[in-house]
Design a protein around this ligand. Structure first.
Ligand SMILES: [Fe+2]
Ligand SMILES: [Fe+2]
Length: 261
């Protein structure tokens, strides 16, 4: 057991997350995931999850912050890696190079809460991604190709096909993925070596904010009460956590005896 355990600030961050999630991570998952033979695969999967979190936020920005004919104006994902801090939104989107007609689009975007929250989230997820890669490199763990868990697809297949229901569902799913990641970081941290323990606890603060940002945006986009939809995805998410799963990944369910490498 690592000497480093989540402190009281972490307990405060985790209380609303535990209330939001419909079930805790099963003990069977912790018992398997803490085994040293799974560490390399979990780190690779974790790196993939951070990158996918950035990519899915980027796709929300592309799809919902600009009309289709203007999407080419958005920077690609690599652009965010060059930013040290949250820049002016106009700067992110290359406002200074735009014609007057396009400037009006960005004047609208300045009021866009989705853009503001997602740009910050993209930057943070890319930073986490690079941190995981650094830890892997220091341990000579190769960033190999690894299949994804069933988790994200198991949630996304329930996204409704009309708007604004589709974005509301995607934002609620974003909240669950962030909240579960946060809960698992905290659960796993005491069972890892000190460097990884500290790293996982250090991720809690930003992931806890991401979950709340997604939930706030979902309520804003819906314009009506989303409690039933949140509860629905909570049930689906808990089922994915608590049912048998043949692979061991960061968001996998209860491991069966012979988990895939
Ligand atoms: Fe992250
Ligand atoms: Fe996150």
């Amino acid at each position: 057991m690592s000497p480093y355990s989540p402190n009281s600030e972490c307990s405060q961050l985790l209380a609303p997350i535990h209330a939001f999630l419909h079930c805790p991570t099963p003990d069977e998952w912790i018992a398997e995931a803490r085994k040293p033979q799974h560490l390399a695969a979990l780190l690779v999967d974790h790196a993939n999850c951070e990158l996918k979190a950035a990519m899915s936020a980027h796709s929300l920005v592309r799809r919902y912050c600009l009309p289709k004919e203007k999407r080419k104006l958005l920077p690609n994902l690599d652009f965010y890696k060059t930013l040290d801090a949250l820049p002016e939104k106009g700067e992110v989107l290359g406002k200074q190079t735009l014609l007057d007609e396009n400037r009006r689009v960005f004047d609208e975007l300045e009021k866009n809460d989705l853009l503001v929250k997602m740009v910050r989230l993209i930057q943070e997820e890319l930073h986490h991604f690079e941190q995981v890669l650094e830890i892997m490199a220091a341990r000579n763990i190769e960033y190999r190709s690894l299949s994804a868990s069933r988790y994200a697809q198991g949630l996304l297949r329930h996204v409704r096909t009309h708007e604004p229901a589709a974005i509301v569902d995607r934002l609620i799913i974003g909240a669950y993925i962030e909240a579960r990641s946060c809960e698992r970081f905290a659960r796993l941290a005491p069972h890892l070596d000190e460097e990884l323990s500290r790293f996982y606890v250090s991720l809690l603060r930003s992931e806890a904010r991401h979950y709340q940002d997604y939930l706030t945006l979902a309520a804003d986009y819906s314009g009506q009460n989303i409690d039933d939809r949140v509860a629905f995805f909570g049930t689906v998410e808990a089922e994915l956590m608590c049912s048998a799963d043949t692979s061991l990944r960061f968001h996998s369910g209860v491991p069966v005896l012979s988990v895939d490498p």
